[in-house]
Design a protein around this ligand. Structure first.
Ligand SMILES: Cc1cc2nc3c(=O)[nH]c(=O)nc-3n(C[C@H](O)[C@H](O)[C@H](O)COP(=O)(O)O)c2cc1C
Length: 327
């Protein structure tokens, strides 16, 4: 059975330009895209203008069904405001981030920092669902605890009490950040106690990684999975997992990557000013893209040395001409 693949949000990378471009070239294999988390303007009950602008820049077909806006909030006012403002924008589902491990957020009880106050999470969910501020559905994306992986079990019992749409679990603790390996065994245990659909997320880089996770899940598990860095490192990963990857020759594969790259660059050129900013943004992507090639370190270094946009384009053309794909 083909899984539904949810594209994980990656702050600074899976922004509007990336979603637009990815969807144009590879969109048939993605079920939903999640935006990087949005925030409120400080001291105002309004979503930050720059976050809304990013949402408005997404121009894919069916955006309201295919894109789920994500936010961070640690009080009812913000939660309700995100719901009502995003509902007014036409979205019918929003996602609450309970996982971001960045210390600045954690310190302020936002993202993963909220996992340290389960009573507050309970209170906010209770208020949200009892006051029915809007018609949007709510899902959460969470880690499994601040320090200890078994903190999630109490949280699942709380989630069971509310009509959440589903729960996406990245089974690392906040303290782990991105180190170590995900606690898959904890995810499997959660399935036994959760009354809500659970979606696995974390370190799926190949079809084998996907199979390993899926093979240990019960037969009645709805095959939904979230992938982030794995897709950035191999743009064809969703197609490979779903069995839709045509084993065409390497020339065609590299041509698709090249066309994808040109479109992405063009979109960034429309938003960003100055060669340096554009190259820096593309460099963030090359950190991942370069891994589709055998000589990835050399490729990344070449791109990094680009002096200006013309030089960058020269370097990129050379890379695509001399391609040595891993496929
Ligand atoms: C640089 C970076 C930024 C991220 N930004 C977000 C974010 O805005 N919201 C979120 O829920 N997760 C964010 N994540 C976490 C990813 O969505 C995902 O949960 C994590 O990378 C594990 O999945 P993966 O191994 O498939 O990438 C971020 C991860 C990274 C590395």
């Amino acid at each position: 059975m083909c899984p539904d693949i949810f594209f994980a949000p990656i702050q600074g990378i899976t922004e509007a330009e990336f979603i637009n471009t990815y969807d144009k070239f590879f969109g048939e294999d993605i079920f939903k895209y999640f935006t990087p988390f949005m925030r409120m303007e400080s001291d105002e009950n309004k979503i930050r203008k720059k976050d809304l602008k990013k949402i408005h820049t997404i121009n894919i077909i069916n955006i309201k069904q295919k894109v789920i806006p994500q936010f961070v909030a640690n009080n009812y006012n913000d939660l309700a405001n995100f719901a009502s403002q995003l509902s007014a924008e036409g979205f019918n589902e929003i996602n609450w981030n309970l996982g971001c491990p960045f210390p600045m957020l954690v310190k302020r009880k936002l993202g993963g920092g909220l996992l340290g106050d389960i009573n507050l999470i309970t209170r906010l969910l209770d208020q949200f669902f009892s006051q029915a501020v809007s018609v949007v559905e709510l899902s959460v994306k969470t880690r499994i605890g601040i320090e200890s992986p078994d903190e999630i079990f109490r949280l699942i019992e709380i989630f069971n009490q509310f009509p959440l749409k589903y729960i996406i679990i990245h089974p690392r603790t906040v303290m782990q950040q991105y180190s170590g390996i995900p606690h898959k065994e904890i995810f499997y245990e959660c399935i036994n106690i959760s009354k809500k659909p659970l979606i696995y997320n974390g370190d799926i880089l190949t079809k084998d990684d996907y199979n390993q996770i899926i093979n240990l899940l019960p037969d009645n598990y709805e095959r939904k999975i979230m992938i982030g860095r794995g897709i950035l490192k191999n743009l064809f990963l969703p197609a490979i997992i779903k069995g839709n990857f045509q084993e065409s020759n390497n020339f065609e594969i590299v041509l698709k990557i090249q066309n994808f790259h040109s479109e992405l660059l063009e979109q960034y050129c429309q938003r960003l000013c100055g060669d340096k900013n554009i190259i820096l943004k593309m460099l963030q992507h090359w950190e991942y893209f370069s891994l589709m090639f055998n000589n990835s370190a050399k490729i990344y270094k070449t791109i990094k040395k680009s002096r200006n946009l013309n030089h960058y384009i020269e370097n990129v053309n050379k890379i695509f001409m001399e391609y040595d794909l891993k496929f």
